[in-house]
Ligand binder design. Structure first.
Ligand code: NAP
Length: 479
């Protein structure tokens, strides 16, 4: 690894997996001025925010960890939120990152200054900072969304989003309405149903749900955990191949999911409600062993009629029924399409990133945006996955960023900017491939209102790692 200059100042926004991946890569490469800004008072990104009961990962932990920081301490194959958060804290401490994080620093603006080749970063409290290199690493799922249902403000009882779980509300003996039936809901519904008097799930779309090969790792198994990593990675690559719209793997996933449904749900009316009406993989394929069994309990109900309004005492559906509820939990997902939308980013020639991305976010390799020099995005557009571990992608991005900064140093450049041509042809290539993906065939959080799929990388992770392994200097302008 070449020795990088120590003079560049690098500011990273966030402190989740993406931010840590970049910070570790650059610190290990010799960069000394690496600072992180975190809007919260603790690190961890989504693994800090999502504390709902049952929160955990649906990617096996031997793979859902940094490649250079394997741990044999995972308690089970699919780790729960608290252990992943602990892992992140341990890694941040080990690499000296915790002390570099400025907590309670919410970045609200960033402006490129051509004359000094630096970014001026503004914070919510009115203060500011300046850095040569700006790395937003705010994730794709960091802003919870409440649905635009009329009367939502009128509800008289407690209500909250799954990513802002109110642990002060005791759900024991309560009638709990759950809006949404996605990846988060299928994890917390079984736990809520253990104590609630009634759980009523308002489901807009059914999901394909596969059994989860989960279980505790016995202590004697610890040394074997690291050998699982390549196997889990290979399985993830195969899984991702199923997300091509004509793949045999996809058909296999569909038949396993539907068999899973039939084997757990005898009631044909309930089974009908739970049968997806879109091609497999179009929405995220979920994993659970306890969601279907929970739905067969007498105090758990699935409503598929559209919610027409929320009242002071419950929710009304399109069939005219008013469903009384004491508490409403919204498992309604995140604002995934407004990439970096909470930060007013202004690049060269006063270009606003939000305007440039009016038809959906796009970036060369998901990292570099024309007209925005020295802006390097972690987990940017078209780098999310339908299967496999996002950490693999984050590491690949961090390695590419490190090479970009190496190249800046070796050429004594002050700035790096992707050319419009390179970004355009990359985007065309990615969008062409995405047209053949399962995601093109239904509404999902991967698509922008313009119709472009802006969240996901097409296919498996290996081609992305290969693509980002070396820097293509001609794709950039160096000043
Ligand atoms: P989500 O998968 O987007 O699910 C949101 C749910 O709310 C869907 O059922 C959606 O219905 C419903 N919904 C949204 N707006 C609605 C409205 N106006 N009226 C009625 N229903 C509405 O959100 P999530 O469950 O929070 O998960 C988001 C992502 O986070 C996942 O896809 C995954 O990538 C990640 N996640 C990962 C894990 C993990 O295990 N690693 C766990 C949780 C979350 P439609 O389907 O019809 O839109």
């Amino acid at each position: 690894m070449s020795q990088a200059p120590t003079t560049l100042s690098i500011g990273i926004i966030g402190s989740g997996f993406g931010a840590l991946a970049v910070a570790i890569e650059l610190i290990r490469a010799g960069h000394t001025d690496v600072r992180l800004w975190e809007r919260d008072e603790a690190l961890g990104g989504v693994w800090r925010d999502n504390t709902y009961p049952g929160a955990g990962c649906d990617v096996p932990s031997p793979l859902y960890s940094f490649s250079y920081e394997p741990t044999t301490r995972w308690k089970r194959r699919y780790a729960l939120q608290d252990q992943i958060l602990e892992y992140l804290g341990d890694v941040a401490a080990k690499y000296g990152i915790t002390d570099r994080i400025r907590f309670d620093h919410e970045v609200v603006s960033a402006r490129w200054d051509e004359s000094t080749a630096a970014w001026t970063v503004g914070f919510a409290d009115g203060s500011s900072d300046r850095v040569d290199i700006l790395v937003p690493a705010v994730g794709q799922l960091s802003r919870p969304v409440l649905p635009p249902i009329s009367g939502i403000e009128d509800f008289g009882g407690p209500s909250f989003h799954s990513a802002q779980w109110d642990h002060g509300v005791d759900l024991a003996g309560q009638r709990v309405a759950v809006v949404g039936a996605g990846a988060s809901a299928i994890q917390f519904v079984p736990r809520v149903a253990e104590h609630a008097a009634e759980v009523r799930i308002f489901q807009r779309s059914a999901n394909y749900i596969l059994p989860k090969p989960d279980g505790p790792f016995p202590r004697w198994y610890a040394p074997a955990i690291r050998f699982e990593r390549p196997l889990v990675w290979l399985a993830g690559e195969q899984f991702s191949r199923g997300l091509d719209d004509s793949s045999r793997v996809g058909r296999l996933q569909q038949s396993i999911a539907l068999h899973h449904l039939r084997s757990k749900i005898d009631d044909t009316a309930l089974r009908d409600k739970l049968t997806p009406d879109y091609p497999v993989g179009c929405k995220r394929i979920l994993f659970s062993n306890n969601y279907y069994p929970t739905l067969t309990q007498p105090h758990v109900h699935v409503e598929v009629d559209r919610i027409t309004r929320i009242t002071a005492t419950g929710l009304e559906t399109a069939d005219g029924t008013h469903h009384e509820a004491d508490v409403i939990v919204f498992g309604t997902g995140f604002d995934s399409q407004d990439f970096l939308g909470s930060i007013d980013i202004v690049g060269r020639d006063d270009r606003k990133l939000a305007e440039q991305w009016n038809d959906g976010a796009r970036a060369y390799l998901g990292i570099y945006v024309p007209h925005f020099p020295n802006l390097l995005i972690s987990y940017g557009p078209n780098t999310n996955l339908g299967g496999g571990s996002i950490i693999y992608m984050l590491e690949a991005q961090a390695r590419h960023m490190r090479q970009a900064l190496d190249q800046m140093a070796s050429g004594s450049h002050r700035s790096i900017e992707v050319t419009a041509d390179a970004e355009q042809s990359y985007d065309e290539e990615v969008q062409d491939e995405l047209e053949h993906s399962a995601w093109a065939h239904c509404d999902n959080w991967y698509r922008h209102r313009s119709g472009r799929i802006t969240s996901n990388w097409p296919g498996s992770t290996h081609p992305y790692a290969r693509r980002t392994r070396t820097l293509e200097p001609d794709a950039f302008e160096w000043a």
